[in-house]
Design a protein around this ligand. Sequence first.
Ligand SMILES: Cc1cc2nc3c(=O)[nH]c(=O)nc-3n(C[C@H](O)[C@H](O)[C@H](O)COP(=O)(O)OP(=O)(O)OC[C@H]3O[C@@H](n4cnc5c(N)ncnc54)[C@H](O)[C@@H]3O)c2cc1C
Length: 570
Amino acid sequence: MITHDVVIVGSGLAGLRAAIEMAGKVDVAVVSKVYPSRSHSGAAQGGVAAAMANSSDDSVESHFFDTVKGSDYLADQDAAEIMTRDAPVTITEMERLGCVFSRDEKGRIAQREFGGHSHPRACYAADRTGHALLHTLFEQSMKHKAAVTYYSEWYLLSLIYEEGSARGITMMNIRTGELEVVRAKTVLFGTGGYGRAFKITSNAFACTGDGVMTAYRAGIPLEDMEFVQFHPTGLYGQGILMSEAARGEGGYLVNGKGERFMDKYAKSKMELAPRDIVSRAEQTEINEGRGIGGKDFVHIDLRHLGREKIIERLPQIRQLAIDFLGVDCIDKPIPIQPTAHYSMGGIPVDVDCQVITDEKKTKARGFFAAGECSCVSVHGANRLGTNSLLDACVFGRRAGKAALDYTLSARHESVNEAAELGKARKRLDALLSTPETESANDIRNELKETMSNHAGVYRGAEGLLVAKAALKLLRERFKSVRVTDKGKLFNTELVEALELSNMLEYSEIIVEGALARRESRGAHARTDFPKRDDANWLKHTLARKNADGSVSLGYKPVVITKYQPEERKY
Ligand SMILES: Cc1cc2nc3c(=O)[nH]c(=O)nc-3n(C[C@H](O)[C@H](O)[C@H](O)COP(=O)(O)OP(=O)(O)OC[C@H]3O[C@@H](n4cnc5c(N)ncnc54)[C@H](O)[C@@H]3O)c2cc1C
């Protein structure tokens, strides 16, 4: 058994920001299934939001309001206020730590427009903002090499959580197959999102909701899982992101009739309406036969921005469209479609990122979560672009501070190493000794197809019931999944099977939550209940695992401090 004061799972922005806060003060371990700088945060393109006072009439208050309105009033306003208030200092801090932001002509950190924000407040490093931020934090954590122990390419298997307290984790060394128990006073998850269950997604292969499901299996409920964000501009057929920065810089969305169709859906904000609205607009154009050539895509047109601006501000997306579709956006519009992008739901936490376990906000001792795997909830039913890098940095730091305080006065609780290893071994052995009749690839593809067709941009009871039945069958088939590699070294087939089991289980939670929520709010658009229903549904979902494995749903109130819900118009 390995012992540390704190074990952080996840080395994206949230995990690393928390690690830096604690480094040198307590003994910190960071576990990641991918090499730290390959975490999905590094793929973020467009920017990170903060009211930096570059534009004289922007303010923290305005950022706060935009966030709440963008969330379709489901955000907890205490959390959204903290995030927007801490935003400018967080950016300055990241800059001082070494992040190379793009500059404006006055030498200040440049800011661009982004969807749903009433002012240009996205700070950026060309269209590689996440890369710049992640490498800054990774470098800084390296500075504390003596104080932070990395377990790179180790896979989290379980959370050891007993009598209301987190005591450690079990994990597998992907390189050698070796199992280990890590005992810790404090466990902190920064394990990222779960977009991979959809056919078209911008998410990296690693975004399979492992942390979220590990917490769920340990008895922690999950909040608002039905709210999955679809980003309007995924590269057609691939899902790879064409950053919203492309529209922030002035790109147009055009349908098969050559029309800039957004004027029908959000007259004042046009292409820069929030993502839920733009994705629905695109999907409607496609469903009604106005895709390009009647097909299931539309165009983003950047040609009028000119070569120079494209090369300076959007170099990465230009290259991605060339590499994957052979389209150079300097001379041609890019085919795009909505792509599963961000998980608004996750592990419920309080504003200090301590995990809460029920409707009464009972705290889990020694268990913290931050970033995309958590639900604090600053994004409510729909996140605004550039607010999630911010969320990961702001709440990563807060999680680090709160976890440090907790750790300093906590002690290690007992862990039964043999029993924990036995449970982990049993789970792996079960996968390695199935009847092997089912292909993991087939199950995965059918899962993605099911989720995209029935729990995508639009959902209705009929489709969700089809999805529910299909998922049940897929989970049954998974019991006979084939894992042909029985070896220990780099058994990625085994890791992928574990990931698939997570995807199957959280998809059920998404579908159950979506089926129950008989209204449309933010990213959750029900064809059979097209209106928001504040009287019955202004509340957060909490999904819990029953003893028989099924999902039960409870609800908790939304924190409203300043802004009463009103109709959202853009
Ligand atoms: C293509 C793309 C572009 C984006 N652009 C923007 C943008 O411009 N602005 C913005 O605000 N947001 C953007 N986002 C969203 C934003 O990048 C993420 O929400 C944020 O970076 C998440 O950070 P995180 O630290 O929570 O998780 P991640 O960076 O996803 O890190 C998760 C970590 O958990 C580890 N992990 C997961 N499971 C396991 C396991 N079983 N065992 C061990 N380790 C595990 C992973 O190895 C990884 O280190 C974008 C997202 C995508 C996909």
